[in-house]
Design a protein around this ligand. Sequence first.
Ligand code: B1M
Length: 213
Amino acid sequence: LTLEERLASYVVEGTKEGLAADLNEAMNTYAPLDIINGPLMTGMAEVGRLFNNNELIVAEVLQSAEVMKASVSHLEPFMEKADSAVKGTIMLATVKGDVHDIGKNLVEIILSNNGYKIINLGIKVPPDQIIEAFRREKPDAIGLSGLLVKSAQQMVITAQDLKNAGIDVPILVGGAALTRKFTKTRIAPEYEGVVLYAKDAMDGLDIANKLSD
Ligand code: B1M
């Protein structure tokens, strides 16, 4: 197997044996984030495909998730960090009913490495908890992540509840449950603030930077 194939296969097989050495080798050629977005995500897409075909069970997918998390932790110290003043505070949450957090945590790493203070509320976060934390922390924007189809609907509910609570800061939405079609009109036409879709963590950073300019 090539190095790229081996990296993808750690995720698919859910094994960490040899992972650290191969990640180190990959860093001779690739930037840390490109290793995640490239071979590791290829592996995760394959895990999704196998899971969908009932060829993997939840316990096995959890092991794949562990490999992905371990890889991100291993690569994190080598990621570029902007030495800038705090550009703003962003609150992140995986929406109610959804436990997927690898993507959200990657967004946290990228944003915090690039000058944002992040308040990560975790997973399965109901709207009232987001509202409560918003009042306490007063972030400049709220980021919602969701990977399940029903999470897209949960974002609509969350945005409505935020509006009803008088909140109007920008909302950033992302996660595999969404596509470019999830614009403000689709998610929260009546929300007073902007609602923007980010396809990945770097896109999320670009949007945050545009908002803070
Ligand atoms: Co789940 N799962 N899972 N799962 N899981 C999916 C999402 C699924 C597509 C797999 C499949 O069937 N093909 C499917 C959803 C089907 C659907 O709704 N259409 C699914 C299912 C069904 C389920 C369960 C219901 C299974 C069950 O119990 N029967 C269950 C759900 C439990 C729940 O949430 N209530 C479940 C559970 C799990 C595990 C716990 C085993 C594990 C998650 C572990 C964890 O996160 N701690 C897991 C995993 C790992 C996956 C897949 C295989 C991989 C997800 C992942 O981590 N990708 C996933 C299939 C897939 O996506 N290919 C699948 C890597 C991650 C880096 O990407 O999160 O997309 P992602 O983040 C990207 C972008 O989306 C974006 O940036 C990141 C890249 O830079 N992004 C944002 C994400 N959030 C953002 C926020 C932003 C901006 C960008 O701004 C705020």
